[in-house]
Design a protein around this ligand. Structure first.
Ligand SMILES: [Zn+2]
Length: 434
């Protein structure tokens, strides 16, 4: 600092023809170049040499160091691609995109998805088993008829081989849930969908999806089965502090089943409070997320990303292998849910991921900003991460880190394992994503 200041001072003083200090002092500013003490050149040479050695050493160390994701990149722009990527147009032409999160009401609607998939280059779509409430949004049904939808999804899988996966849902309160899951797997299901971290609260002030805690002992055989058979689990989680205990229940199961492959969708409902998302991803290596927001939050969330594209570029770049593609649509027979509607939903997400700016008929009158991922990172989100995630066979994963609850913006409750809390009063704000 001192020397920098002195150099600057020297330039200024040179320009102003400042009075020379007496010779022999350390303050050489103002002394014409040709008369400078040669010792200073020795010093400059020595410092330059040390710097050069330092740069070379750092480069060597980086090459041999294990890959770390904490070294964030400068913006604008990403770190140079760590791998080559297929350009987006080619990826679409070859139908390489894999969609990990959608819902479908019935077999006869599958062609709607298929047409959109073909037109946008989506090769495969994972369908999540849904309760009648998810399909109708009518509270009177609650978490019912999930087996019905599971069976329907299996029909879709068999009707269009290779194009769909069925991630069947189970009810944590169902005593036959494990037998049912095993049966569905033999019938071609490839994943499990759980809603037990969904914080939806009814008009009667009850949780629909949280009959027991996520770490209820009754669920352990299910987690054990998924872990031992590498069956991926998609668990909808709202870890906001208003859902008392949820963040801890989820962390408890990931700690108890460290090899379980888990995808927790919607940026883990932590796209605003991204330190919470980061804390989970930093702690649990087999945890993934997706970029979907669902029909009802799509406009709000894509608008939020549009206001903070750098924040999201950085998140994608910091966790390049943990995000997957999906939109979380629920397609049922409804006049609104046309092929155009499905297409526009997907286009908005794909534009968000691939472009600097875009418009969408679903968000009229606005020009939105996207994250414009470079090819190598886009490929990861659009198909590679799914391929790696499903191919993984985790064994002996060690969770050595403990969660920093402050970074989670959650105060631990001191709950006992398996303990479930009732919902907050129904007039309290439902803080999605915060
Ligand atoms: Zn969903």
């Amino acid at each position: 600092m001192g020397s920098k200041k002195r150099k600057k001072q020297a330039r200024t003083d040179d320009a102003a023809n400042a009075v020379r200090p007496p010779r022999g002092t350390k303050e050489n500013y103002g002394v014409p170049r040709r008369k400078r003490n040669p010792v200073i050149f020795l010093w400059i040479g020595a410092i330059a040499g040390i710097l050069a050695i330092g740069i070379v050493w750092t480069a060597i160390e980086k090459r041999h160091a294990p890959e770390t994701r904490t070294e964030a990149v400068e913006f604008p722009g990403f770190a140079q691609a760590q791998e080559t990527g297929v350009p987006f147009a080619e990826l679409q032409a070859k139908k390489m995109i894999i969609d990990v999160h959608e819902h479908l009401g019935s077999l006869d609607l599958a062609p709607v998805y298929l047409e959109v998939m073909d037109s946008l280059g989506i090769g495969k779509m994972c369908l999540m088993g849904s309760s009648k409430f998810t399909l109708t949004l009518d509270e009177k049904y609650g978490f019912t008829k999930v087996d019905e939808n599971n069976e329907e999804l299996l029909k879709v899988v068999h009707a269009y081989p290779g194009r769909f996966e069925a991630w069947v849902a189970i009810d944590p309160a169902d005593p036959e849930k494990l037998e049912k899951l095993k049966h569905y797997i033999t019938q071609g299901a490839t994943g499990l969908k759980l809603y037990s971290g969904h914080g939806y609260i009814t008009k009667q002030n009850e949780y629909i999806f949280h009959p027991v805690a996520m770490d209820d002992p009754g669920m352990f055989p299910v987690y054990t089965y998924c872990q031992e058979n590498f069956i991926p689990v998609c668990l909808h989680l709202n870890p906001h502090k208003s859902k008392k205990g949820f963040a801890e229940e989820f962390a408890a199961i990931l700690r108890a089943f460290p090899d379980m492959k888990m995808v927790c969708p919607h940026f883990m409902l932590s796209s605003i409070q991204d330190t919470r998302l980061r804390e989970y991803l930093d702690t649990f290596p087999n945890l993934y997320t997706d970029v979907s927001f669902g029909d009802f939050f799509m406009k709000e969330r894509l608008t939020y990303i549009s206001k903070h594209p750098e924040k999201f570029k950085k998140i994608f770049n910091d966790y390049p292998d943990r995000f997957m593609y999906g939109t979380d649509l629920v397609l049922i027979k409804s006049p609104r849910q046309t092929k155009e509607w499905v297409t526009n939903q997907h286009k908005a997400y794909l534009d968000m991921l691939t472009k600097d700016t875009y418009t969408s008929p679903l968000i009229p009158g606005e020009t939105l900003r996207g994250v414009a991922l470079p090819d190598w990172l886009l490929d990861r989100v659009l198909y590679k991460n799914y391929e790696e995630f499903t191919a993984r066979r985790p064994k002996g994963t060690e969770i050595t880190r403990s969660i920093d609850w402050g970074r989670m913006n959650v105060t631990p409750t001191g709950r006992k394992p398996g303990q479930a809390f009732p919902p907050p009063p129904k007039d309290s704000k439902d803080e999605n994503f915060e």
